[in-house]
Design a binder for this molecule. Structure first.
Ligand code: PLP
Length: 375
């Protein structure tokens, strides 16, 4: 939110904690995505969750410059931010709004999602011409028409001209499972056959998010909708299958305070149960806390300073992390602490941190980049 205001950004960095971003990653990963699909398949970049925390307009601009075909967003606000950034490529709004707001949503210049008869009727009665994609539920159990429902929707769409059907898409629940994926893709194929019967045989068809693209390149239809693949933010097992570049390069902060505690001191660091020090201890305070997307309760893992590791102590507070510097006499106020990334010959990967904190990468990564200034 401060990224476009240099003064506000500088002020923010006076509290020295930040995320280091690789602005070339999206372009490089888009080239990998192109290599996974047939020529002519369109790539719609999923920028939901404010572009996975990197900023929807920021990542959309990088992807547009790298030649992406369109975008998917998770809220009207993200769609508006992409339009405000001067990007005029197609933006598909995933289901996120109420039927009663159909007229306002239809006026945003986005392609809307029809995920139920109720949403279809809302957009038809709003009376504002709008492009739409129909969403099919292949067994995900969230949005979309079931096999018993979609024919009514295709017939209703064919009988009017307010809502213009431009595409049909679905989202699979278990890309790592061959059998489930095969049967869910079969549900989608059945929906496409019925759409064709109703007269919709020349629309954009889309099923493959990141992991489907990697595991099932045959399921690319006319378009694909990857998100995490383009940020290089998949779990390790998936990252190893394709040469992706992580957009998050590092999370770092600088030590703002150092204290020597004599042997015998009682320390209740971060509201944790007080411990009695057997020997003298030197601690450093890093200005990054659970308010920055990390967590409060141990295990909190390790950090790197001057290329060696230091342990996190006690509980992490809202704005601070305390680390053990007893064996690191050269480290002091101003030393750079690495929570994710390389430091000398050592490295902490986002997977290591996520494993330590018992969070999936897809949950931890956007939390961190959303709350920290990006440099
Ligand atoms: C989130 C989402 C995607 C993108 O998923 P990734 O795993 O990030 O590629 C694609 N389609 C739909 C409908 C989604 O909700």
């Amino acid at each position: 939110m401060y990224e476009n205001d240099p003064q506000a950004r500088e002020l923010r960095l006076l509290r020295p904690a930040w995320a280091e971003i690789d602005r070339g990653a999206i372009g490089a990963n888009l080239a990998v995505a192109r290599s996974l699909v047939r020529d002519g398949v369109k790539i719609y970049f999923v920028c939901k969750g404010d572009g996975f925390g990197f900023g929807a307009a920021t990542v959309a601009r990088l992807a547009a410059d790298a030649g992406v075909d369109g975008f998917c967003v998770g809220s009207p606000e993200e769609g508006a931010a992409i339009r405000a950034a001067g990007i005029d490529r197609e933006v598909l709004l995933f289901a996120s709004t109420l039927p009663e707001d159909a007229a306002r949503v239809a006026s945003l210049g986005l392609t809307v999602t029809i995920q139920s008869m109720e949403s279809l009727h809302a957009f038809m009665s709003a009376g504002i011409a709008v492009d739409a994609f129909v969403e099919i539920d292949p067994g995900f159990g969230r949005f979309g028409f079931l096999p018993s429902q979609w024919m009514d929707a295709f017939r209703a769409l064919a009988a009017q001209s307010v809502v213009r059907l431009k595409g049909i898409y679905t989202h699979l629940s278990s890309p790592g499972d061959e059998t489930v994926t095969g049967s869910q893709a079969g549900v989608f194929d059945a929906a496409l056959a019925d759409a064709s019967t109703a007269g919709f045989d020349d629309v954009t068809t889309m099923l493959a998010s990141s992991r489907v693209m990697i595991a099932h390149p045959d399921l690319s239809y006319r378009a694909v909708d990857p998100g995490r693949l383009l940020y290089g933010a998949l779990d390790r097992g998936w990252m190893e299958r394709v040469p992706l570049r992580s957009m998050l390069r590092a999370v770092r902060a600088r030590i703002i305070h150092v204290q020597q505690h004599p042997a015998g001191s009682m320390l209740g660091i971060g509201y944790s149960a007080p411990i009695r020090l057997e020997r003298a201890m030197r601690v450093g305070v890093v200005p990054i806390g659970f308010g920055d997307g990390l967590n409060h309760v141990p295990p909190l893992g390790r950090v790197l300073v001057n290329g060696v590791q230091a342990q996190v102590m006690g509980r992490r507070s809202l704005l601070h992390t305390v680390i053990d510097l007893t064996d690191l006499p050269d480290v002091g106020v101003g030393s750079v602490v690495t929570l994710v990334g390389e430091d000398g010959k050592e490295q902490i990967t986002i997977d290591e941190l996520a494993d330590t904190l018992k969070l999936p990468v897809m949950e931890l990564l956007p939390r961190l980049v959303r709350s920290l200034p990006q440099v």
